[in-house]
Write a protein that binds this ligand. Structure first.
Ligand code: PEP
Length: 262
């Protein structure tokens, strides 16, 4: 099980939206269109309550399932938490870890991100590790320092074999849910830094296959220009993944950009 970036990777983070019937309706609409995006890896990331029903709908399609979080212990007296084997059991292949909303509202740190990544890998779930700077950090010229320290701490102690199973999502906090998007040049600057950092730490082979996503108000009208950049392999989409039309359009724009840059 190794990640590769031969096709664009588009993941829809539904956050705390969608009841079970709403989730099923959305994923059915995506499934209907799925033959149109065979050339992309499409992942839906519903709330925990909808995972099993969404899994039933995507059966037999190319759409994959992800979860929004996990706790690092396998089981035990941890009321309110969900473990990696439980997500595996529900049919997940991916799990987002360290989303900025979790860091901001639920006190996640680079240390807990590292523990969660290890737990995910132990159960053959691909972690989607989220990182990115705040507006204040960007304005102070600290973007690269922030991203570097999140990579160093979040991935601490992991070797290149493990890194080859981790997806990194660069999500500038000031662009998440705000309608502001990093320009392609701003995003590419950070993405290329991340790839160089992976080369330095894990070697060229691992780094060149790594999937590095952009997240932050990705929409149908900005996906193409972002994904044309060399080091942007896909998008982690929040708001625009809640409607089938916009998510499908994003996937199509991504495929178009990817074909042109190949
Ligand atoms: C996200 O949830 O990771 C995200 C990037 O949200 P949005 O696309 O709404 O900014």
């Amino acid at each position: 099980m190794i990640a590769n970036n031969q096709n664009p990777f588009i993941a829809g983070n539904w956050k705390m939206f969608k009841t079970i019937p709403e989730a099923v309706e959305l994923v059915k609409a995506l499934k209907e269109k799925s033959p149109e995006f065979n050339d992309a890896e499409l992942v839906v990331i519903p709330p925990f309550t909808a995972l099993s029903e969404v899994k039933k709908v995507i059966e037999g399609s190319t759409i994959k399932l992800g979860a929004q979080n996990l706790f690092w212990e396998e089981q035990g007296a941890f009321t309110g938490e969900v473990s990696a084997p439980m997500l595996k059991d529900a049919g997940c292949q991916y799990v987002t870890i360290g989303h900025s909303e979790r860091r901001q509202y639920f006190d996640e740190t680079d240390e807990t991100v590292n523990k969660k990544i290890r737990a995910a890998l132990a159960y053959e779930l691909y972690p989607i590790m989220c990182l990115g700077e705040s507006l204040e950090e960007r304005e102070k010229g600290k973007t690269i320092d922030k991203v570097e320290s999140q990579i160093n701490s979040g991935l601490e102690g992991l070797g290149s074999e493990e890194i080859s199973k981790i997806i990194i999502a660069y999500e500038p906090i000031w662009a998440i849910g705000t309608g502001l998007t990093a320009t392609p040049a701003q995003a590419e600057e950070v993405h290329s830094f991340i790839r160089e950092k992976l080369v330095e730490k894990y070697g060229k082979k691992t780094a060149s296959c790594a999937i590095i996503l952009y997240g932050g108000s990705a929409k149908p009208d900005n996906t193409y220009s972002l994904l044309k950049e060399n080091n942007i392999n896909g998008a982690l989409v929040g708001g625009a993944s809640l409607k089938a039309d916009s998510f499908v359009q994003i996937a199509k724009e991504a495929i178009k950009a990817y074909k042109e840059k190949k």
